[in-house]
Design a binder for this molecule. Sequence first.
Ligand code: THG
Length: 767
Amino acid sequence: MTRLQSEQNPTPRTSLIEFTKHNLLILDGAMGTMLQSGHDAKAVHEAYLAAGANVILTNTFHHKTDEDIHAAVQAAKQAIGDRQAFVALDISPTGQLLEPMGMLSFDDAYAMFKRQVLAGVQAGVDAIYIETMTELGEARCAVLAAKENCDLPVFCTMSFEENMRTFTGVDIPSMALTLSGLGVDFIGLNCSVGPAQMKAMAAQLLQWTDLPVIIKPNAGLPKIENGKTVFDVTPEVFAAQMTEIAALGVAGIGGCCGTTPAFIQAISTLKRQQKPAIEIPAAVCSATKTVLLDRVRVVGERINPTGKKAFQQALLDDDLDYIAEQAIEQVEAGADILDVNVGMPGVDEPTMMASVVTHVQSMVHAPLQIDSTNPAAIEAGLRACRGKAIVNSVNGEEKSLREILPLVKKYGAAVIGLTLDENGIPPTAQQRLAIAEKILAAALAHGIPRQDVFIDCLALAAGAEQSIAYATIDAIRLVKEQLELKTTLGVSNVSFGLPAREKLNQTFLSLALANGLDLPILNPNSTAMLDTIACFHQLKNIDKNSDAYIQRFHQATQDSPSNDIAYFIHNGLQEEARAAAQQLLREHAPLAIVNEILLPVLDAVGKQYETGAIFLPQLMRSAQAAKAAFDTVKENLPPKDTVDGETILLATVEGDIHDIGKNIVKVVLENYGYRVIDLGKDVPAAQVAEQALHHNAKLVGLSALMTTTLVGMENTIKAVKQASPNTAVVVGGAVLTTEIAQRMGADHYAKDAIEAVAIAKKTLDNS
Ligand code: THG
């Protein structure tokens, strides 16, 4: 049998996708560990093909030059020879965090991915395979680089921990909605856990996407045997567990860390099974939160310069912290989704939109609504957004439909359709319904799903256009009854120019809700408006047992955001934290501020992280805000009284370039006041030992992400211990466990930055 491609000469896209319709894709297993045991890449490919793999991934997990990519693709193609199998270009994470969490810009990351894609295409791969992603923004960036630079099928798989989130907090529904919308051809899960843990994840993913699903787990969980890291699942057990996963209706299976050709052989006879039909819920999402549109959801309107001097000034000053505060305040007040509008004279709207979207989404979990009349600004916002956004808006004019709908489709967003056209806003409800129908038809023609079209029947100022203001309410009812679409409305427009605006707004909101309004756009700081929605949910039997109603209204006192430093640190507001620290210095001794205020607040933030109440981006923002406060206080400390502890040395061990984890630990340790020297990544053992001795470090922290670099870690521990027997070593990284750490001779294992702080306290503060 020759390769499908040469048989009928179809494109790789049609041949692979056609093949997938009738066959279960059998992907390969681990590459790194096989290479370590002496095989070359071509021999590893051959072993997986002989075991029954029909898709093999190139040996390009690490960033490679174009020549390396070329050679890797050739090795894979030669291994395939005349077999019926496909070569997929393996693309892995950059190893850096994107802005604003890290230093890597979206454009630089995009350029890195684009170069790999182009090299792979030139070398003749059949597909692009983006894998082991843990940050949805980076995964999106890689997918865009693939889709915009080739026509090949694109795979994207991400790695989730046992708590069903990636280490940056991405959840499966948000991944599924976002990547399905972007138009990947295959979506899936790889690494982190074994098939037993991955089954529930696979089942959830299948509920949220119609795309073919790929499942590539590790050979169970890591353990130590005879001094070596091994995984705890045998090929037989692996095959039994993968049989259950195949039965869910996945499109492809394979293995990740710890799997060998024996594992692939054991699953190679499994067959493709039908996936039960599903209905994907109407929803939008950020990277870390999916908001189901199964009840009224509040869209906060306050990120908008209209009529707000302070906000306008913030835009002119590029004061992103002020804007972030508006975001946090609205979410705390009850907004589910945030509208983002930055249009005003003197502001470069596309640039500002990208920057505000990037900043706001690092501060809150809420999905975003990109509000602009400028297509370039809408696209800039959609590119920067890490989840599934709402585009606000398109209208019935041909030009608007033509310019906006392709963007909505390309980025997989939802869209608001305003019921106006070349002739303005029609006076009657029937005419507005007709425009809604026209917008819906155009959206469907662009391939935008019906459930992603929300209609805005447009609230007019009742003081000025009293005779037609009520038509809005009738139009909502018609759209709901006849088109069954979600509806939205800028509610407070109704009261412009009238006194007692909130009374009219509240009554108008009640009427709109009763007639089918789903997504009111309003000021969530208006308690009256949010009260109305809570009451509506109670009356509609959506708020079962009146739980939310009672919780909202029974409490006599409500927690309001306070103005203190704890609030600023919790919310990652650097400038405010700095100013608050300055304020505190007037009344408190610097050391007291550190010990009695800053450290307890950081501990509280750490606890929230450990319990999953906040995620990594929030933890890091908080740490940075605390650092701002800490730096201010430190300037006022007499030199010998400094809270600087003794030195901690950090390094990612030789052979490993993945240093995100170590960088996070560095930020958090520094913000607890420790002096940290960071030796960087891929650091030779001898260098770590020498530096530890030189700085008289009491604690050395080592990180390694990959199984293959555990050897480097063990060597480094030995070297450090030899040079400085009294120096404690703490290790961390994806493949480590307490047991492995002990066997390697480390003093401590820290599963995250918060544990690293606890160990630093134990080691340094008592010494
Ligand atoms: N439909 C859709 N999108 C919209 C609107 C809509 N986006 C913009 C707007 N209307 C909704 N957003 C706002 C934002 C601010 C105000 C009202 C609606 C506002 N500003 C006060 C003013 O102008 O006086 C300033 C007062 C203040 O809040 O400080 O009221 O209809 N799809």
